[in-house]
Design a protein. Structure first.
Length: 463
């Protein structure tokens, strides 16, 4: 395959000639690699202007499109089995949408729901996707009704254009991208922020995982990128995919417009782009968004360009719905709400807490919480249904049998924030019941324990 720079000038005894360097058929020796077919596609899901944007406790009505939103899909097939990974430039997805999309995908492409992982990138400049419960941000019902079909169309388009593929997984590390956004106080409580605290209340996950899906001649047709970081650097009233969207555009600028990037956001419920020490880097806005997107694309590209092809492509998927208790209203939260009621005037956030507390319908009930694992050779793709604190993602990776464990939060459903069992009682945003935490304080442990069993059952072939 000729690439720019193949032709070089060669002067021989005063004569100008041109010669073409001999090239191999592709960048890898492919003999002995597993026979894999793949397809990749993206379908635009941008809502109409005037649609409200989710992400904050105030209604922002969209007035422009900074960059369009997409459902991006990669389909992989080996040995008679198929799988699909789909990322959507949205703040979250509920089971209402993903179950409907998976049913269409199964009907049109024959890929079983266990082997289809659908997740949100968590952009804070896209539409609201939740109908349930009291909402500050209005839903665009016509757009949301059409969303399952659009997601299925992306998978269908990828499935229709399959090619012989080489899979190249790789990893890099990045610790300066942002920080744990929660701070620990002297009394053991935690807050969202950095004022008057001892330091960050938790770690970050520096691992950057990437999977390049290449044709045998080396053409990159898809990239799967996994990193744990809130997609909340952009702000404003323009529709935007945020920094994960910039990752996709940068990858396409390097490899060509055929390169589709599926971004799997890791466990970043307590991680964002702010730093603990002052920096000259712009703290937020479009410039910060672009900077983050370029940097992450560069890390992903470096990860796969320096890596060896996968020599195993076994595909199998499992999906389970363990029953985990919902949060049940308790005296601590009741006292917190009564203190809010006593205030002469409440902001939108606090008013929402009071209203949701009064209307909370889940006392004493259990939730069906969707967890998923898909195996692809030496890789595992894990789906978790919420904004998961980073320690849970690190724990899943620690106990994983796979060489590469891609953990995607906001996958298949949404249950709000999933803090660690101890942080659930420490009061910070992301741990506060009703507003952000919807499950029992120990729900994260129960969820990740279920994932651990799921991973090993899948890896060892147990039914």
């Amino acid at each position: 395959m000729a690439v720019p720079g193949d032709e070089v000038g060669d002067r021989v005894e005063g004569t100008d000639t041109r010669r073409v360097l001999a090239m191999t058929e592709g960048p890898y020796r492919t003999e002995g690699l597993p026979e894999v077919c793949a397809g990749a596609a993206q379908v635009e899901i941008t809502p109409p202007l005037g649609t409200s944007l989710a992400g904050y406790f105030s209604d922002r009505v969209s007035d422009a499109v900074a960059d369009p939103l997409f459902a991006r899909a990669v389909v992989l097939a080996h040995g008679g089995a198929r799988m699909a990974l789909v990322s959507c430039d949205l703040i979250c997805l509920t089971r209402e949408t993903t179950d409907a999309a998976k049913a269409r995908i199964a009907q049109r492409c024959g890929i079983p729901p266990d082997c289809v992982l659908i997740c949100a990138t968590h952009t804070h400049t896209g539409p609201n996707t939740r109908r349930q419960g009291r909402q500050i941000i209005p839903v665009n019902p016509d757009w949301l009704d059409a969303l399952p079909d659009r997601i299925a169309e992306a998978v269908e388009a990828a499935h229709a254009e399959m090619f012989d593929a080489v899979l190249v997984p790789g990893r890099q590390s990045e610790s300066a991208f942002g920080s744990n956004r929660l701070g620990r106080r002297r009394d053991g409580s935690e807050v969202f922020g950095k004022d008057g605290v001892l330091g960050p209340a938790g770690p970050i996950d520096p691992e950057v995982l990437a999977l390049a899906v290449r044709e045998h001649d080396g053409t990159v047709r898809a990239m799967v990128v996994n990193y744990a970081m809130h997609a909340d650097a952009t702000g404003g009233t323009q529709i935007s995919a945020g920094w994960p969207g910039k990752v996709a555009r940068t990858v396409a600028a390097v490899y060509g417009p055929q390169a589709v990037t599926v971004f799997l956001n890791g466990c970043c419920g307590d991680i964002n782009h702010h730093h603990w020490a002052p920096k000259r880097i712009a703290p937020r806005g479009q410039l910060r968004t672009d900077q983050m997107g370029r940097a992450m694309a560069g890390l992903a590209i470096n990860a796969v360009e320096m890596a060896e092809p996968a020599e195993n492509a076994t595909i199998a998927g499992r999906l389970r719905r363990p029953r985990i208790p919902w949060y049940t209203r308790d005296d601590t939260m009741r006292a917190y709400v009564e203190n809010l009621r006593a205030q002469p005037q409440l902001n939108a956030r606090d008013a929402l807490i009071v209203q949701r507390f009064d209307e909370w319908p889940y006392d004493g009930q259990q939730a069906e919480v969707t967890v998923q694992a898909i195996r692809l050779g030496d890789m595992l793709f894990i789906g978790l249904p919420g904004e998961v604190f980073v320690k849970w993602g690190i724990e899943i990776k620690h106990w994983s049998p796979a060489r590469f464990t891609f953990v995607a939060e906001l996958a298949n459903d949404w249950f709000g924030y999933i803090p660690t069992s101890d942080q659930a009682h420490r009061g910070a945003y992301g741990a506060l019941p009703i507003l952000s935490r919807r499950l029992d304080a120990d729900g994260g442990r129960q969820m990740t324990d279920a994932v651990q069993v799921l991973m090993w059952d899948l890896w060892e072939g147990r039914e």
